[in-house]
Design a protein around this ligand. Sequence first.
Ligand code: DOR
Length: 402
Amino acid sequence: MGERLLIKNGLLVDHATSQLADIYIEDGVIQEIGILEKDCPIIDATNMTVMPAFVDLHVHLRDPGFTYKEDLVSGSAAAVAGGYTTVNLMANTKPIISTLADAKDVVERMAEIGICDAYQCMSFTRSFDGKDLSHLNELEMDQEQQFIKFISDDGFGIRHGGIFYQGLEKCTELDRIVMIHAEDHDFSAIDMGMAEDLETARDCYVAEKVNGKIHFCHVSTKFSAETIIAAKQRGVPVTFEVTPHHLALTNDVTYKVHPPLRTEEDRQFLIDCIRNNWVDAIATDHAPHSVEDKEKGSPGMVGLETAFSVCYTALVKKEGIPMQKLSALMSKIPANLMRINKGEIAVGVTADLVIVDTEQEIVIQSDALHSKSKNTPFDGQKYFGKVIKTIKAGEIVFSRTL
Ligand code: DOR
């Protein structure tokens, strides 16, 4: 008999259910749910909420190449401290990840650390050169999608529409979703809203022609969200994520991030999109930077350790959005997009869980983050919801004192 664990008396919440019950885990898999008595190690989750661990589609762990900002060890620690046990890593490292061997190296090093599973994006064009698609053939050697689930040129929008068309055809043949950081760089210096909206419109159009799966990262404007919704309504296989910072903050706050913090109208529209089930995922765009790099203008913020508190407070507490919906956006739908057997509390599913205390008010303290970088606009802010324990395949990988 393998490792066993009983989680007792928690309020179990996933995308579909909310019930007071116990969870019995054996061999890393949920075996029983109900009112249970077992002779094995027990976690008492009285007055706590037990959710599927979070799955983040959009994370920068900066390894290889920029490990002074973050590395796989500090990044894993940050992930589990935030309740995440699966992360999808962006390719803007040094070298840029354009080969299966480089992707495999990152995924295997994460597996060795062992507390958080990772998949690695492969770049859409080789080394983000905007032209060369030949490296995508290597995906044939990763048929089972063991290492690479998504293809993305990340912070670089795909400048040439024709290259985007050809690459999307190829990724579609190879059964991969293309993740898009929509930013037409010809417009970045003119208007960052136009930059996002123009690429979003073009890419929805091309995806419709190709019938190719695309996923929009960090959608931040009303226009872009409306454009994607219209495409969804026409049956285009398009999905999108929003970030905790675009849900909680507006451009009243001065903090550099791409895409930028937007207006209250944009923010409210994104929340309405969540209410109306248009949004597919909340993803952090965890973007660690050193103090010096931030001073020099690097965009982005760390997000893994603050996402749950920020989203729980901004959506559930303030807007009355049901916890099940938050769970769907942070676990179930991203897990489905990644085709992993995680993201819900059900018999037969991998026992990746997070125990949270939704009653506790916390003050976010950047110094206390596990991430190597402390760049967060949430420093000193009060939020509700505290991650108490993170469990991966039935093993406790993070524990915080109450
Ligand atoms: O603000 C951002 N920073 N947005 C991105 O999309 C990239 C990220 C980074 O890599 O720093």
